[in-house]
Design a protein around this ligand. Sequence first.
Ligand SMILES: Cc1ncc(COP(=O)(O)O)c(C=O)c1O
Length: 381
Amino acid sequence: MIPITKPSLDNSDYKHIKKVLKSKILTDGYFQQKTEILLKKSIKSKFVALTHSCTAALEISAILINLKRNDEVIMPSYGFVSVANAVVLRGAKPIFADINPFTLNISYDDIQKKITKRTKAIYVIHYAGNSCEIEKISRLAKKNKIYLVEDSAHAFLAKSKNRFLGTIGDIGVFSFHETKNLVAGQGGCISINNTSLLKRANSILDKGTDRKKFIKNFKNKIIKSNNKKFYSWVDIGSEYRASELASALLYSQILKAKNIQKKRKYLWNKFYKCILDLKTEKFFLIKPLAKSTSAYHLFVLIFKNSKLSHKFKSKMQKSNIAATFHYVPLHKSKMGKKFSNSKLPVTENIYDRIVRLPLFPDMTKKEANKIMKNIKEFNYE
Ligand SMILES: Cc1ncc(COP(=O)(O)O)c(C=O)c1O
């Protein structure tokens, strides 16, 4: 089976992991510091902290903006559960918004309609590595004094008008899960753009303590027993930091990021050209916004109807190609229904017509050709 995704790993990754094991420093080490610095530089951020997942980074964001009971948070229903959970865990209410049918990103018009006096934040997702209408949404959020959080789990190194996604709103979060463009095994990070939110960040990441003040240098991380100073409980928080092993793997991946992204772009364009040559109207592809740069995270087809998308998926799977659907709308899920009875026509109409194809940097020529052959030979009637 050609998998939907596969991490790009080589000897340099093993070398970095080995270094950690040899050092016997498995938390708060050299790579945690270095990777945060590298990430900060890579996306031109003011502050970056590594986390054990994007889910953790989302939870931190919800604590940082002080979400509480009766606060409303607008987010796409066609999105990932971690966004909704982060909000609900603070007692706030998710308000599900519809998507744009051409980008599958949150609809600006629907956000506008859903803003009320209780709206505390907007959480957008840059789906498939393509920018949502972030500049317009940012202006809208500022005008209404609402926080803007960018879920950039799919969009590391993607841009809108030359600004890195995840650094435009108040907060950006990223994923380095095994399935993402760069991998840390499980990992993520939070980037904070709004400097008024910086003060609490480290405590929230360190289980609600001021531990970071005492461990400025990883070499001094073991606090001596005769040390007169102690760290203590100063805020709410949890264990949100990434391990040293995950940090080292991510460090190694960031060093190769350009090459990984180049390969993804090459493959994406190869599939795109193959589909253009088909001249079919039975499905279309996501259209990235003008003046944006994609992270080429997913290759997504949107079929004319769900019968055809199911048929296509089955045919691909029979040929050992792991084509698959994506998000089940949150407002239609068992949990989502507890918070919302909204009707979202585009989301409801489109989610079952979406098929993702395998896309990963080390896909062989043979695998790519097999996928294209199957796309061409499928009976679209
Ligand atoms: C849009 C989005 N946000 C957040 C996440 C969660 O990422 P993680 O697995 O790093 O917690 C995912 C996972 O796929 C996702 O697709």
